[in-house]
Design a protein around this ligand. Structure first.
Ligand code: NDP
Length: 248
């Protein structure tokens, strides 16, 4: 798939799924905007990005999404506009797990941090970057869901609540934009994947029993394909989407 001349913003691009997507999309020619909170990790990922396509360029945006404000979101918009004519996609991937504990014992400051990173930041970034996305030919917004977005399970606390909220946010954006904009909105549950977050959530699990982030690539590529333009669904789970993309 040729993704040259497409500019894609990936939040949480310094580790796990986001990092792999950044590296793999750059190999297909995309301009990658790496957003993360840790500048040394951002520099390391930047150094591994592919630069071999003509006029391909990448950008680092250092931002702590827990602290995102209207002003900093507009600074992000300005930084992207200075470098690129349009923005072809946002992959809202950054998230934290928070604490695995009962609601009764949940620390309020931790609760706020999880909700700010996992739910408030995708809302604010999307509303701020909508205009520049509309300059693109086939713009996409991909939110990242989870198995605990649909069913409340003990001890998943703020993380689960944030993903329930994100489901609503994605559906509302999808519905509002479907008739007024060319932007397609998706919400994707990648399912159990070998990352730092999964290891903290399930310390007793053997990581080698899980798929790697690279195995998600075909699903993410499908979101950026012509084929997904006709999709009436906005919510996808890995198990179903991976079958669909391998059968086509
Ligand atoms: P990781 O913990 O491996 O990576 C999360 C990324 O988000 C890191 O780059 C991290 O940065 C970044 N991040 C965290 N907080 C902030 C912040 N305040 N500001 C900016 N960036 C931040 O997680 P995964 O790769 O596993 O998860 C990616 C997405 O997939 C998440 O939305 C998660 O909920 C979802 N998901 C994952 C599953 C799994 O099994 N792995 C299953 C279902 C959903 P840093 O490197 O500084 O920590």
């Amino acid at each position: 798939m040729d993704l040259s001349n497409r500019t894609i913003l990936i939040t949480g691009a310094t580790d796990g799924i986001g990092k792999v997507l950044a590296l793999e999309f750059s190999k297909l020619g995309s301009n990658i905007i790496l957003l993360g909170r840790d500048s040394s990790k951002l520099d390391k990922v930047y150094d591994q990005l592919d630069h071999s396509f003509e006029s391909q360029k990448h950008l680092i945006l250092q931002a702590d999404l827990a602290l995102l404000s209207n002003e900093s979101a507009h600074e992000i918009l300005r930084a992207i506009t200075e470098e690129f004519h349009s923005l072809d996609g946002i992959i809202h991937n950054a998230a934290i797990l928070g604490t695995m504990t009962t609601l009764e014992d949940y620390e309020l400051s931790r609760w706020d941090e999880v909700l700010n990173i996992n739910l408030r930041a995708p809302f604010l970034l999307t509303k701020t970057l909508k205009k520049i996305l509309e300059n693109a030919a086939m713009p996409r917004i991909i939110f990242t869901s989870s198995g605990v977005a649909n069913i409340g399970r003990a001890f998943w606390g703020a993380y689960s609540v944030s993903k329930f909220g994100l489901k609503g946010l994605a559906e509302i954006f999808a519905n509002e934009l479907e008739t007024t904009s060319s932007i397609k909105v998706f919400n994707f549950d990648p399912g159990a994947t070998q990352t730092k977050m999964r290891a903290s959530a399930r310390p007793a699990e053997d990581p080698n029993s899980l798929k790697t982030p690279n195995e998600l690539l075909d699903c993410y590529l499908w979101f950026f394909s012509e084929e997904s333009s006709d999709s009436e669904d906005s919510y996808f789970e890995y198990a179903d989407l991976s079958k669909k993309v391998t059968s086509t």
